[in-house]
Design a protein around this ligand. Structure first.
Ligand SMILES: [Zn+2]
Length: 139
């Protein structure tokens, strides 16, 4: 009687160990998948925020060029550019990149995300007309 009881007990312990191993492994996998998905979500969010900032800078570039009569290839001083930006400052990339602001006619890029505006097809359609009408001169 004692032997039988002990044997059954050992079998149960082994089965229990296998089951708990499975539970631990699948739990770890689930956590891993969650972390990866969360990371992707954060990255997508930061990328969208960066794209939004690049669009704001691009619009500010064109607006300043038009208002002050800058022509294609002219560099716009940051002090003038920020007047058309929210909080009068150049936004920052949430992923730590810096924005490269080109002369009039170009579009800004991010050192972390690259040329998001061109890649996403978000270059303003009015770009060419603004650059061409930049002849109004009151720099
Ligand atoms: Zn960026």
């Amino acid at each position: 009687m004692e032997n039988t009881g002990t044997n059954l007990g050992k079998g149960s312990v082994k089965r229990l160990t296998v089951v708990s191993l499975l539970v631990i492994v699948s739990g770890a996998l689930a956590i891993l998948i969650l972390v990866v998905l969360l990371n992707q979500g954060i990255r997508t969010e930061q990328r969208n925020e960066c794209l939004n900032s690049l669009q704001q800078i691009d619009s500010a570039l064109m607006a300043t060029a038009l208002e002050r009569g800058y022509r294609n290839g002219d560099s716009i001083p940051t002090a003038q550019l920020v007047e058309s930006l929210k909080d009068n400052k150049i936004p920052s990339c949430p992923s730590g990149g810096s924005y490269v602001i080109p002369p009039v006619g170009g579009h800004p890029t991010c050192t972390f995300h690259g040329d998001l505006l061109a890649r996403e097809g978000k270059l303003a359609a009015s770009r060419s007309s603004i650059v061409q009408t930049g002849a109004v001169s009151n720099k």
